[in-house]
Design a protein around this ligand. Structure first.
Ligand SMILES: Nc1ncnc2c1ncn2[C@@H]1O[C@H](COP(=O)(O)OP(=O)(O)O)[C@@H](O)[C@H]1O
Ligand SMILES: Cc1ncsc1CCOP(=O)(O)O
Ligand SMILES: [Mg+2]
Length: 274
């Protein structure tokens, strides 16, 4: 592993986190009921400004004001899908970055089709776990048991590349190693702790963090995405030092994200080209 390369990524990740703190990007979140609290608190602790507004009556007024849009299909229902589509259409038309979390994409036909339809509206980034990215790349149902992955992230690298090429989005697969690809380049972030899987909505929260990082530099979505994943992982590692289980890790992760300093980020971020 190239030490210089890793420090360069560390410096890049610190620049993104600093920009989020100084610019406090406004992030419209249309996300699931389970994740709303953790997602909003993650964004706030990183320095961004979350707003959980999803009504189609509001998006025409509100989406033009935001710095990025985050859409998560975790608790998808018939009437929320048109709201998601409208907000995504507005963001695309206004050239605002938007990020998709395809929770449990392969769990039902309705959900798979909804995710594929949303992807046709050109998200800037798609972040899912391995089973979700495989389901989308193959457009196959049934292919997951629910919201948790039954694959390792390494199993989904080819699917991620293929999805990035077919969609034009940067695609991130989370897991023990978080992989990020634009269909051509691939980087891996080796941060985080396994206990993060035992807290519901950490995946949703890190996708929102990706939206905040991308909001500060939309033309470098791949770099911003890898940086957000690594920074969240570093916060998890530091939080784990004092956590006693998933519940306290949730709290300590948020505290650590809020308190991250330059040394912790530059020495902690483990991103390398694959
Ligand atoms: N085995 C692991 N080791 C370290 N970090 C992990 C591990 N599994 C997941 N994570 C981290 O937990 C967060 C949520 O990822 P994941 O559990 O894959 O998403 P989801 O909750 O959508 O299934 C990410 O930041 C990821 O890097
Ligand atoms: C449990 C659950 N059910 C529907 S959405 C959701 C949260 C999923 O969060 P994550 O994908 O981050 O684990
Ligand atoms: Mg998820």
């Amino acid at each position: 592993m190239e030490d210089g390369e890793q420090r360069e990524w560390g410096a890049k990740a610190w620049t993104y986190l600093s920009s989020v703190r100084s610019l406090s990007p406004l992030i419209q979140c249309i996300t699931n009921f389970v994740s709303m609290d953790l997602t909003a608190n993650t964004l706030l602790s990183a320095g961004a400004s979350p707003a959980m507004l999803h009504s189609p009556n509001e998006s025409p007024d509100f989406t033009p004001q935001v710095n990025a849009l985050y859409i998560n299909v975790g608790t998808l229902s018939d009437n929320w899908l048109p709201a998601m589509e409208l907000a995504a259409q507005l963001a695309s038309k206004l050239n605002k970055p938007w990020v998709l979390d395809p929770v449990a994409a392969g769990a039902s036909r309705f959900r798979l089709k909804a995710c594929l339809d949303l992807i046709s509206l050109k998200p800037t980034v798609i972040r899912g776990n391995a089973s979700e990215i495989i389901a989308l790349a193959k457009a196959s149902f049934p292919s997951t048991k629910g919201v948790d992955s039954s694959h390792d992230s390494t199993d989904a690298v080819e699917a991620a590349k293929s999805l990035a090429n077919s969609s034009g989005a940067v695609v991130a697969v989370s897991g023990a190693v978080d992989f990020v690809t634009d269909g051509n380049r691939i980087v891996g972030a080796r941060n985080g702790v396994p206990m993060m899987q035992k807290i519901t909505a950490t995946g949703c929260a890190v996708t929102a963090l990706i939206a905040a990082f991308v909001a500060t530099d939309p033309s470098h979505a791949m770099e911003a995405t890898a940086s957000a994943l690594a920074v969240f992982g570093v916060a998890g590692e530091l939080g784990m030092e004092t956590a006693r289980g998933p519940a306290s890790l949730r709290t300590h992760l948020i505290d650590s994200l809020h308190g991250l300093d330059q040394t912790a980020v530059i020495s902690g971020v483990k991103i390398t080209a694959i």
